[in-house]
Design a protein around this ligand. Structure first.
Ligand SMILES: CCCCC/C=C\C/C=C\C/C=C\C/C=C\CCCC(=O)SCCNC(=O)CCNC(=O)[C@H](O)C(C)(C)COP(=O)(O)OP(=O)(O)OC[C@H]1O[C@@H](n2cnc3c(N)ncnc32)[C@H](O)[C@@H]1OP(=O)(O)O
Length: 220
């Protein structure tokens, strides 16, 4: 990534609080490729019509793979750091269930600064189904929570969601490109007020607001 400004960290370094931090660019490409493959596998398994013998053989292969890969586990709370286009240092958890780069369950949603806040594109496959053919409302709320939490971090400080309010305006389709956006609308003492939307073909399918509360960290 090309960065033309001096990195400035407005967030506390999680390493100071005992968390393992790895640079996002240093995550092995082979591991990222495996994450992609496992996500595809999960979607395939959720929809396969293969016969019993094939399923039994696949089950053995997957069990064997799980055993082979269960070595040198990264501790819970392992975070990645990356330099944002504006020079800030961003942090995220590698296994975040909504968009962690190492979590195969997480859809490939990467949120980037768009001048007003953050935005990102994502297509959710059938793994995220709720009502027939539609994205599960819990996942819609989860994606909004993530987008709102990440944009709150741009206001500085580590915060947690205190309140999340979601309105589902239209059904959100599977296998279709979605745009997720978020922005900070206000800061009041420790509260960071945020809002965001999910759109399909430019139309809002869901929108949310949240109150994120900055947490006191040891030593602060
Ligand atoms: C350990 C961190 C290490 C360093 C990390 C570094 C960097 C991290 C950087 C980036 C992270 C990037 C992305 C974010 C990732 C994911 C996003 C997903 C977010 C989540 O998935 S997160 C999980 C779910 N989340 C929780 O697990 C919270 C459980 N909860 C609590 O931990 C407490 O409940 C807390 C802390 C929220 C507040 O507790 P508290 O005691 O600190 O604060 P207090 O009560 O004094 O309130 C202070 C002011 O907030 C107002 N306020 C309080 N509650 C409110 C409510 N419900 N509605 C409206 N306003 C509320 C009060 O009215 C007052 O407002 P006022 O100033 O006006 O008086």
């Amino acid at each position: 990534m090309t960065v033309d400004v001096q990195p400035v960290s407005e967030l506390p370094d999680p390493a100071d609080f005992g968390f393992t931090v790895v640079e996002r660019d240093a995550l092995p490409t082979e591991l990222l490729a495996l994450v992609d493959q496992v996500r595809t596998l999960a979607d395939t398994v959720a929809h396969t019509g293969a016969d019993a013998a094939e399923l039994a053989a696949a089950s053995r292969v997957v069990a064997d793979l799980s055993e082979r890969l269960d070595v040198r586990r990264r501790p819970l709370g392992t975070m990645f750091s990356q330099v944002a286009p504006d020079g800030r240092i961003d942090y995220g958890t590698v296994a975040n269930v909504v968009n962690g780069p190492l979590n195969p369950i997480a859809p490939p949603l990467e949120l980037r600064p768009d001048g007003e806040g953050l935005s990102g594109e994502v297509t959710l496959v059938g793994l995220y189904e709720g009502p027939p053919g539609l994205v599960h409302g819990g996942w819609i709320a989860a994606m909004l929570d993530q987008a709102l939490g990440e944009v709150a971090a741009t206001a500085g400080g580590a915060s947690l969601t205190a309140n999340l309010d979601v309105n589902y305006r239209k059904p959100t389709p599977l296998n279709a490109p979605l745009t997720v956006t978020s922005r900070v609308t206000g800061v009041e003492r420790r509260k960071v007020l945020v809002s965001g939307e999910i759109r399909h073909n430019g139309e809002i399918t869901a929108e949310g607001t949240a109150v994120m509360v900055k947490i006191a960290l040891p030593g602060s």
